[in-house]
Write a protein that binds this ligand. Structure first.
Ligand code: V47
Ligand code: SF4
Length: 362
């Protein structure tokens, strides 16, 4: 029985036919890891050949002060709480300056939802960065941050996004999606942007010509059904807009947060999850392994499970995962090492810009 089901799924993948929710469940529950890797590799080769993309980027996290209280978050602080930080405009610009001579093509700006910062504040920051570094692509603000800042200035999502685009916003990162099931979301992040709004913001971004990314937070209290439901909502929206460029599974890390006692899922689970994501999300061109979260060795292994993108050099500029207990407490790659990791895995390394245009093939 199992063999027949898996054979039928394999035939669909070989014929480039879409797999169903039941197929995805069968893959999660019944398929061996080796089979999943082979199948996901068929799919990745059709879409991305042997290429593995990376970019030269750094993160800017203007604040970890946040009005929300997600149970899985190790990062957020209240105003004046020990460990809280907030950068003013001068500090943000100084941080941009620190990376001026390093051939960096992207700054990724995300952080907590600060109660006092609004759309105009961030639009001004974008304008100032662009005036200094016009060539730098600014990928910024999760839908959760956008929801808060745009509402604060009483604009529609379309109006708010157009203001930010005009100010220099180049694309939107995939954070804040967490898990779309409404019941689980109530338990995990009860007071933040709901599923409908998250999807609406991304749809609106796509409609005004901004590409966006999309994540899933997995490995906590969700079931396979919840993961498939999450991907289904993404696949459906993507059929309409084609605005998502990459899917990024984020593994729940368990240190220093209110969910700590549940621990973390295994590396086998990570690889399975990449493979099923690649197979189910047939309309999203790229699948990213975010190496600061799973580590460099696992990132290399993930390339045999459908992954074609390893994010970027990062340069020790994100705290989200180190504060949640990631092995790499100071995440940084230089281009040579990233290229070597990809080549050692038998793949072709391609430096890309944020929108997946090739800058250099190695
Ligand atoms: O939305 C928070 C996650 C996300 C934990 O678009 C956690 O290219 C695991 O979205 N364990 C923010 N995850 C980061 C993000 C991201 C990262 C890299 C690239 C891109 C991109 C986007 O971090 C949050 C949340 O899902 N997160 N706490 C935790 N304990
Ligand atoms: Fe705030 Fe984001 Fe942490 Fe939630 S995950 S508490 S929105 S910083």
């Amino acid at each position: 029985m199992t063999e027949e089901i898996l054979k039928r799924i394999e035939e669909k993948v070989v014929a480039s036919k879409r797999i169903s929710d039941d197929d995805a469940l069968a893959l999660f529950e019944r398929a061996e890891l080796g089979f999943l890797g082979r199948l996901a590799s068929i799919s990745r080769t059709k879409i991305n050949g042997n290429k593995v993309y990376f970019n030269r980027n750094f993160h800017l996290e203007p604040t970890n002060i946040c009005v929300h209280n997600c149970v899985f978050c190790s990062y957020r602080r209240r105003v004046n709480q020990e460990g809280a930080w907030e950068m003013d405009k001068a500090a943000i610009l100084k941080e941009i300056d620190r990376f001026t001579d390093r051939n960096i093509t992207e700054v990724h700006i995300v952080g907590g939802v600060h109660p006092q910062r609004d759309l105009e504040y961030y639009a001004d920051i974008l304008r100032t960065i662009k005036a200094k570094r016009p060539e730098l692509h600014i990928k910024a603000f999760t839908a959760v941050e956008l929801d808060f800042m745009i509402r604060k200035n009483k604009k529609s999502f379309k109006e708010g996004l157009l203001i930010l685009k005009e100010a220099g916003l180049g694309s939107i990162p995939g954070g804040g999606a967490e898990i779309f099931d409404e019941e689980l979301r109530k338990q995990l992040c009860p007071d933040k942007t709901d599923t409908k709004t998250w999807l609406e913001i991304h749809q609106t971004a796509h409609e005004i010509g901004l590409s966006t990314n999309v994540t899933i937070l997995y490995g906590h209290i969700e079931s396979y059904h919840h993961r498939i439901d999450h991907m289904k909502r993404i696949r459906n929206l993507q059929d309409k807009t084609h605005g998502f460029q990459v899917f990024i599974p984020l593994k729940y890390k368990h240190m220093n947060n209110a969910l700590s006692s549940i621990g973390e899922v295994s590396s086998i689970e990570d690889l399975k999850n990449y493979a099923v994501s690649r197979l189910y999300l047939d309309n999203i061109p790229h699948l990213k392994a975010y190496w600061p979260m799973i580590g460099k060795d696992m990132a290399a292994l993930s390339l045999d499970f459908g992954v074609d993108d390893l994010d970027g050099t990062i340069d020790d500029t994100t705290k989200i995962y180190s504060m949640a207990g990631a092995k790499d407490q100071n995440p940084s790659f230089n281009t040579n090492k990233l290229v070597k990791l990809i080549k050692d895995a038998g793949r072709q390394a391609v430096e890309r810009d944020t929108l997946y245009n090739t800058i250099k093939a190695y």
